[in-house]
Design a protein around this ligand. Structure first.
Ligand SMILES: [Zn+2]
Length: 200
């Protein structure tokens, strides 16, 4: 298992080698916690303590999620990018945090460490924060499964929220972080199925 690497606000890019291998299996800090300074351990514990994240109240997300699913199924990169941007715009407006520019690229880059699923780059004024996600696997160039794709997009948003919503000075991969990613992704999928059941 590859340790998630902690990031510093200005300098880091976030690698996502085989994504499912990062899932926590026990109620303990990840191994890299022991190597952090006491100040960074405090941020880690703060991150770990926030165990769920709901969509902002009153923000309709179901139609955006449904559009993202359709665009990905059609393998239309410009449509996927528009749908991702619309969903992220709705979420950041609802949370009252700074905007993010979303970029969707075709084939995931890969090296011996694995495939890159997504990337978050914090704002570097006047450049806004960026999320990059890839819609095709590196090896077979297949379109990525919808839930995996949505989860990656939300994972990158969660890095942004660590800085902008929770005012943490660093963003760490903690068990709490993965739970926030997971609860928000699942809530969005529920919003999609609810929206699909309504007329119009
Ligand atoms: Zn990450």
């Amino acid at each position: 298992m590859q340790d998630p690497k902690p990031g510093s606000r200005r300098a880091s890019l976030f690698r996502h080698a085989v994504y499912t291998l990062h899932q926590p299996t026990q109620l303990m800090p990840f191994a890299y916690y022991a190597r952090l300074s006491p100040a960074r351990q405090r941020i880690y514990r703060e991150s770990d303590a926030i165990q769920s994240l709901e969509p902002p109240p009153g923000v309709a997300t179901g139609a955006h999620v449904a559009r993202l699913r359709t665009s990905l199924a059609a393998a239309s990169r410009p449509d996927v990018q528009r749908a991702c941007q619309a969903l992220i715009d709705a979420l950041v407006a609802g949370y009252g945090v700074q905007k993010i520019r979303v970029r969707v690229l075709a084939q995931r880059p890969a090296d011996e460490e694995g495939e890159l699923h997504g990337l978050y780059e914090p704002d570097d004024a006047p450049k806004p924060a960026h999320i990059t996600v890839w819609m095709r696997t590196a090896a077979r160039k297949d379109v990525v499964a919808f839930k995996t794709f949505l989860r990656t997009l939300i994972h990158e948003l969660c890095h942004h929220l660590d800085y902008e919503l929770y005012n943490m000075s660093e963003t760490f991969h903690t068990e709490g972080f993965y739970k926030r990613e997971s609860t928000l992704t699942n809530a969005l999928l529920r919003a999609e199925s609810t929206a699909a059941g309504l007329p119009g």
